[in-house]
Design a protein around this ligand. Structure first.
Ligand code: AMP
Ligand code: FE
Ligand code: FE
Ligand code: ZN
Length: 290
């Protein structure tokens, strides 16, 4: 079992062009190195296709890489994001579920593009697809990027505020499993599940208390505490839940490249927490050994 240095700097949640990050996995890993990180987890939405490139880049750049993903889930009308670490990417049920979510994402995004185009917005499905890596999981940020490129909005945030938010007439929902099922799938695939930014209410990610209890019962391993969408009260609450339920407290940047202001390593995870995740799963770090 690798022992991490007590001073190791670990960012457990970042995105690449395999979902809605704007930089390739190799680019993100290089930037992680330059940001002084020793370990970075690649956690694209509903996709594990970026791992190989991140592994290679980590070996070249001297960065350890945690293989991860962020599953889009839905419970009691709320959008819930569940991080999975060290899963077997070939686990049949997990793969089937991720394929189903990505297919549904494509269909819903096409419909959103149609609605926008009918209303006079200059955007096509081909352009939206071209915003991400082949086989990536596509989302609203890719529509935003086309509209920003066209000069319609200054940045993603403005596009979300105007037409892409979830109560917009242009919005179409996609299939998403209940987070309990996602926890079960992550565990069945040999991984550990961590609830992402549970109190990020401004982005519609406030997890109802009964859902959290349900996930703890299903074997949730951890909860994101240090995250920029958590205010001081949210962090206290998340840390309190971690202590009460024996959950591992994590911290991360939720970096999306140029898609969000989040900076790599702006929040980090204590080395003992990652060591526990490694021990629980028997997982292996990719990239360089720390
Ligand atoms: P989707 O997965 O298609 O439902 O889109 C949700 C994604 O959009 C999330 O993963 C966020 O990273 C991103 N997102 C949500 N709101 C904003 C915003 N205001 N600015 C930039 N990105 C956002
Ligand atoms: Fe995202
Ligand atoms: Fe998220
Ligand atoms: Zn994320």
């Amino acid at each position: 079992m690798p022992r991490l240095a007590p001073s190791a700097r670990i960012d457990l949640h970042v995105h690449s062009t395999h979902s809605d990050g704007t930089q390739t996995p190799a680019d993100v890993v290089g930037r992680a190195r330059r940001a002084g990180l020793d370990v970075v987890a690649l956690t694209d939405h509903d996709a594990v296709s970026g791992w190989q490139e991140a592994d290679r880049a980590g070996q070249e750049q001297g960065v350890a890489v945690v293989p991860g993903l962020e599953m889009s889930c839905s419970a009691a009308g709320a959008s819930v994001h569940l991080l999975g670490y060290f899963v077997d990417p070939d686990h049949a049920d997990l793969r089937a579920e991720l394929d189903r979510v990505r297919d549904s994402r494509d269909g819903r995004l096409r419909r959103m593009v149609e609605r926008l185009a009918s209303a006079g917005f200059s955007v096509s499905w081909e352009e939206v697809q071209a915003e991400a890596a082949a086989g990536a999981s596509l989302g609203r940020p890719h529509i935003a990027d086309v509209l920003v490129r066209r000069g319609r909005y200054p940045d993603r945030d403005a596009a979300f505020a105007d037409v892409l938010h979830s109560s917009s007439p242009f919005h179409v929902a996609h299939y998403a499993p209940h987070p309990r099922r996602a926890v079960e799938l992550v565990r069945a695939a040999g991984g550990a599940a961590v609830l992402a930014h549970p109190f990020a209410s401004a982005r519609g990610h406030a997890v109802p208390p009964e859902v959290l209890e349900d996930l703890v019962g299903a074997g949730l391993a951890g909860i994101e505490v240090e995250h920029r969408d958590h205010g001081p009260g949210d962090r206290e609450r998340a840390a309190g839940l971690a202590a009460r339920h024996g959950l591992l407290p994590t911290g991360s940047s939720d970096y999306h490249g140029a898609g969000k202001p989040n900076r790599l390593g702006e929040h980090t995870t204590p080395p003992r927490v990652l060591e526990t995740l490694l021990e629980m799963t028997g997982g292996q770090l990719l990239g360089d050994s720390p």
